[in-house]
Design a protein around this ligand. Structure first.
Ligand code: PGA
Length: 255
């Protein structure tokens, strides 16, 4: 089963609108109209509009880093899917470990957001992953299973074409420590098996499963050549157009 590679940049709380537009233009001019890899960039809310304009006409797509599962109303500080659609955002990162850790997001809340984003035509990138403590206690597969199935409660097989999963071992995020390709593939393989079990092979085999956690040009090739690693969710290396586009190029070369 061949799946189209998917490289997403998670800019986190970095880049002003001005800086974001510059970075996005550089990426757009390198990627141009080449859609052989899905390329998505996820700036902060204030930079979305400028970045959206900067990538117009290129194959680069826009994503947000969060949303709130309501249409509108008294939810101070939050953003609705409709507002994201208005600036042409197509994707949203949900359940990132930083949101789970610093903002107390539970699987149930992440699930509400996943369902609401799908109903409102924004494609969720559902992030899951274990902490170092959990890995050392040999709980990785259990944690990943709970977060995956918890995030997908009530999501139908027919909606899974719009869902991307990102496996991000928390201990590898921003630390320079990467899971070895073998370690990552082991978890990706079990995520695939869970998806196949829940939705059937025809659906599960089509879902893109990204790796995230200190992915950079130097380690991308080996990670991307693993059977169930279909791309990357990139933090640090997404803040520079050369390193980010080198990752896109690595995905293009991957088998
Ligand atoms: P990193 O971040 O590439 O800087 O480790 C990845 C992420 O948190 O999505």
């Amino acid at each position: 089963m061949s799946r189209k590679y998917f490289i997403a940049g998670n800019w986190k709380m970095n880049k002003t609108p001005e800086e974001g537009a510059k970075l996005a233009s550089e990426i757009a001019s390198i990627v141009s109209k080449d859609a052989s890899v899905d390329v998505v960039i996820c700036p902060t809310f204030t930079a979305l509009d400028r970045v959206s304009q900067a990538i117009e006409g290129s194959a680069v797509k826009l994503g947000a880093q969060n949303l709130y599962p309501k249409t509108s109303g008294a939810y101070t500080g939050e953003i609705s899917p409709e507002m994201l659609r208005e600036v042409f955002a197509k994707f949203v990162i949900l359940g990132h470990s930083e949101r789970r850790e610093y903002f107390g997001e539970s699987d149930a809340f992440v699930n509400e957001k996943v369902k609401f984003s799908l109903e409102n035509l924004i494609n969720p990138i559902l992030c899951i992953g274990e902490t170092l403590e959990q890995r050392e206690a040999d709980e990785t597969l259990e944690v990943v299973k709970t977060q995956l199935l918890g995030g997908l409660v009530g999501v139908e097989a027919s909606q899974m074409g719009s869902v991307v999963v990102a496996y991000e071992p928390v201990w590898a995020i921003g630390t320079g420590k990467t899971a070895t390709p073998k370690m990552a593939q082991e978890v990706h393989g079990s995520i695939r098996a869970l998806l196949n079990e829940k939705y059937g092979d025809a659906v599960g085999e089509k879902v893109r499963i990204l790796y995230g956690g200190s992915m950079k040009p130097a380690n991308a090739e080996e990670l991307l050549s693993q059977k169930d690693i279909d791309g990357g969710l990139i933090g640090g290396a997404a803040l520079d157009s050369n390193s980010f586009c080198d990752l896109v190029a690595a995905a293009k070369r991957a088998p």
